[in-house]
Design a protein around this ligand. Sequence first.
Ligand code: F3S
Length: 769
Amino acid sequence: GGAQAPLSRFEPYEYLEDRYRAMEERLRVVRRRLKRPLTVAEKILYGHLYDPETADIRRGESYLRLRPDRVAMQDGTGQMIMLQFMSSGLPASRAPATIHCDHLIVGTTSPQPDRGSKYGGEHDLSAAVEANREVYDFLSTAGSKYGVGFWRPGSGIIHQVLLENYALPGLLMIGADSHTPNAGGLATLAVGVGGADAVDVMAGLPWELKAPRVVGVRLTGELNGWTSPKDVILKVAGLLGAKGGTGCVLEYFGPGLASLGATGMATIANMGAEVGATSSLFPLTARMGDYLEATGRAAAARLAEGFSEHLVADSGAEYDRVYDIDLSSLEPHVNGPFTPDLAHPLSAFREQVDRAGWPRALSAALIGSCTNSSYQDMARAAAVARQALDAGLRARVPFTVSPGSEAVRATLARDGLLAPLEALGGTLLSNSCGPCIGQWKRTDVAKGQPNSILTSFNRNVPARNDGNPGTHAFVASPELVTAFALAGDLRFDPTRDSLTAPDGSEVRLRPPDGDELPSRGFESGAAGYQAPPASDAERSSLRVSVDLASQRLQLLRPFAPWDGRDVEDAAVLIKVKGRCTTDHISMAGPWLKYRGHLDNISNNMLVGAVNAVTGQGNLVRNVLTGEEGTVPATARSYQSAGVPWVVIGDENYGEGSSREHAALEPRHLGGRAVIARSFARIHETNLKKQGLLPLTFAEPSDYDLVSPADRLSIRGLTAFAPGVPLVLEGRRPDGSSYRLTVNHTFNDNQINWFRHGSALNAMAVEFRA
Ligand code: F3S
């Protein structure tokens, strides 16, 4: 009974009640089977199993088939996701999904800490709308046609918009962006995935995830003084290291939770990505209810409250490891440079700066981003700014403010919290990623020049913010960054040092206070949301906007189904030696502008891989012509000659990321198989999804037997079956031949993908039937 809680105010026909009911049902089954107390992460995951009766559930071991509640994507990853989804022929996404335009807006800053008319968010936004018009038009029309909500450029950063509108306790969400776990601040289990996973869930396929281990972080004590939620995760990063969370969900608990608001918890969950965690999660707390109410979701807050036994850990729940953090004694931290796990308590930072010889003068200070632009963050930064203004102080270095959403920006503006930041000399950037993702046009520092910047962002790997490997990026809380902007010096410590005001007086900053939530509620600001038409008829009459001459976008045609025959006489495009990550297979950087154009981006295929024969990159011999050429050009030459080709890979082929382009490109250029010593599992699955054959040498040393001059046939495809090896027949240039056994890990379902040419084709056939 009672009022129903919609999944969001934009999705009035989807109810949280239904999700909870289904979750409860599945959990009942799982509990009967496991007979042990569960963590919150386990409750949410196992409560979303496709097959709770039969699923193999072993943390860190088995693979779970899950049914996420929603999907999110940004304007970078969203291009290929929507293109792939369109090629499936399905009429609309089967899971609630949204697109967020945040990654393509360039923030331009003045070399001085005061603003000129050509700087700031409005200017940046209109320049981006101009420069990216075709991408925005495509995403907007594709969203409308396929039932996906579209958030316009300027509406905000994906994770902040998700937190404000879509994250709800107990939901399982995937997002094509690594900081999706931000929603863990509202007890949503949220995981950053590759585009292929997003497409699957939109197409109604199960999402596969290795059952994560669960690492507990017990918080005691109470935050105080300059210490903020950011410092909790900066401390955790130091404890776990950049890879320490791999395969794990970090689950927080303990009495210290009481001093954290939902947005503070979101900051902590967001940056779990910096230790490689699958996700980070908080149990339901009363403060989450406050945030849900403040963001117009009182009904959901009440419902979650009534469901709370499933949203907190059982007593005696077992964690794989537990870390302890006492918030009362936790110091403010500054982490970096170049890696987020180089953690320095503020009291030790100055000495470390001297010892390491990092550039002492700060060249810029940047606050906001998806990680740290909550009302509380900005209120605390504004509290620092007000103290400085009262003393006549200004920022001594360029200082930027990136609001996470239009709602936050408008609310901060209404409550007078932006004015002090701007009066300090701050530039208000657009509600977008900007400098956080390298979309930063700065003119004050030459490329390669060593310099130090301080941000409240999350990732500080070399060249991330400004493309300059000489930039030493440090991360800290927004209030600390604001204080440092006043000093302009990395050796400053606001808890110990004073600043000299223009009148010569010494000013000591007091620890900032800031309200967690706006007492007058949130403003909505300029409308940034475009809903897809509700009716099937209306949607099906829409046209998706793609210019045939576009260099950035290209419609995908479904890949051809299997021809029913073995692979005959394939050329070896390249025999790869050593590490071959998805970045070697499909390089990022400048290529990202073609991520929506498969043919153009395919010109980067395998250019980073090392040729086992020559030790060189991107140079192979064409077996048809005898000439040397680049890998992509040689693949195209085979393709136009109608000659199938394969790749020979080494150990752990395709490690690194879930980038789907690394599987789409070889398929697009006529590749049939990758035969390796071993595969990284996600890439192996991605190859299967695109209709390629990932195969492994039964005898790993057989790798040495195959020469790139050989022609290879793959036998046994007509009897392709799970667990039955295939045969690789090699013919050498001298006419001699060999036969090798090659293994595969296809199951029946995946063999069906292969037969239809791709997982999407198989899905579409099933849908039409
Ligand atoms: Fe954007 Fe940076 Fe967050 S790129 S999504 S603001 S981590």
